[in-house]
Design a binder for this molecule. Structure first.
Ligand code: 5GP
Ligand code: ZN
Length: 115
């Protein structure tokens, strides 16, 4: 837990979020600035700066994050229509919050490449 980390503060309940799924080691909540009709962030409750750090520290946790995303896709009704699951990493990847998070996007046709 990092006192300064936005997503650690959401895990701690210090900052409100619209939680769609709360599992023992992961939390899924709606992005505050959604880029698609469904835009959910899936995070590990433990602080790791990015997905590569999760993999290095606890590979099973990376699997759990993806498993949570698949569950949320079913819950949100986009499992059949399709979705994008992405970890932005580092400056060129567009990462702005340095607590690992998977973006789950769906509910409309998504362009590729994303730009
Ligand atoms: P990144 O750019 O790091 O891949 O994604 C960070 C995401 O976090 C952005 O899509 C942004 O809209 C979202 N975000 C930033 N601050 C908050 C917040 O306080 N609450 C929620 N729910 N999402 C946030
Ligand atoms: Zn954190």
């Amino acid at each position: 837990m990092s006192d300064q980390c936005l997503f650690c503060r959401i895990v701690a309940g210090e900052i409100p979020a619209t939680v769609v799924r709360d599992d023992p080691d992961t939390l899924a909540f709606r992005d505050i600035d959604p880029k698609a009709p469904v835009h959910v962030l899936v995070i590990p409750k433990a602080h790791h700066p990015d997905a590569a750090a999760v993999l290095a520290a606890d590979p099973g946790l990376l699997v759990e994050i993806y498993a949570t995303a698949v569950e949320v896709a079913q819950q949100e009704g986009i499992a059949d229509s399709g979705y994008r699951a992405v970890f932005n990493t580092g400056a060129d990847g567009g990462q702005t919050v340095h607590h690992a998070h998977l973006h789950l996007l769906g509910g409309r046709g998504l362009t590729w490449p994303p730009g």
